[in-house]
Design a protein around this ligand. Sequence first.
Ligand code: NDP
Ligand code: MG
Length: 381
Amino acid sequence: MKKRVAVLGATGSIGKSALEVITRGKDDFEVVLLSAHNNADELATLGRLWPDAAAVLSGGEGSPSQEGGRERLLAAIARCGADITLNGISGAAGLEPSMAAIEAGSALALANKETLVMAGPLVFQKAREKKVPIIPVDSEHSAVFHLIEAHGRDALDEIILTASGGPFRDYSPAEMETVSPQAALAHPTWNMGPKITIDSASMANKGLEVIEAARLFNLPPEKIKVVIHPQSIVHSMIRMKDGAVYAQLSRPDMRLPIHKALYQSEIPPSKEGAFSEFGRLDFDSLTLTFYPPDMEKFPLLDLAYETLKRGGLYPCAYNGINEAAVNAFLAGRIGFLDISRITRYVVDKDWSAEPGDIAAVLEADRQARAMAEKEIEGLKC
Ligand code: NDP
Ligand code: MG
């Protein structure tokens, strides 16, 4: 029987890659839901390619007699009957759709790292209650997930997340002060949506991934290391207690982790080789280098560790403030280094409350953004 798949954020970078994987595996999958936010034209095009799928645009407020876009999306997730939901929505907006999918009993193939950064414990509690798996799509976490699956959890000592270092890894702080959004959007190895690309340049993305890893693999911050690896070939590693280190290598192509998540490690034998081009490596001219991250130059990475240690709503606040600041940078309202200054400043408020439910998480996210916006206004260049 075909697996029923909901693709959230279908018009984005992850969404498009997911639809390519599904197209190749069309005997194995049926698309039941496609979502976009504002991009109505592209959603309509996708709707023509997948005529049996419901297509939902989540943007817009709706009218008094009509559901708002967000509610429309949550209702569609609840009733689409997906076996697995691929969440490729960008930013904090992905949290409620993730919860709706779990609530509906769907497995979750999760690219939206914000879901776990904002509300990891609550999300896993709900997933346990509903007995649904959460399978990471983020390339580093996919690597670690499948390495642990292969080598066992008992003898695991620590995980080592790789980071490309982004376009500014060799810049001085003075050079970073004046970089334009265009320069920050030019990622050396990955082609991704704007938010995550800016986060890669500031290393906030790796910070979010450290928090994501702590949630997914239930590890304390000191057991999660980060190493710069500019080639983006080694997607992450696990170090075992006996000293052995296992790594996952492939070309930087998100179709591979998406494929692994959608098939949930059960690749039908007939498909052998059909997807191998996604990550096929040529070893004839391969150089791999590694060096430690510069925490002073990229304070948002260090700050993510700090929020994890402080617990409560700190990681959620970090995510919301950074997202607001990144949007302001992309809009030309603040400079690149203001993103980390504002995030540091607002994170230092009191976020110690332990959220009891998703509503408390969303309220903290709203407050974090409002405080960030005040700082942005104060700084406006
Ligand atoms: P994109 O910006 O390319 O795509 C975002 C998608 O989400 C679009 O379909 C967009 O619709 C939709 N969307 C935007 N805002 C909202 C909203 N408020 N509510 C509902 N839907 C919305 O992002 P990416 O594909 O790059 O990233 C998606 C997620 O995956 C992020 O969490 C990112 O961190 C994660 N990720 C991405 C990787 C990548 O290679 N791109 C790698 C690892 C993780 P519309 O087109 O209408 O705006
Ligand atoms: Mg990643």
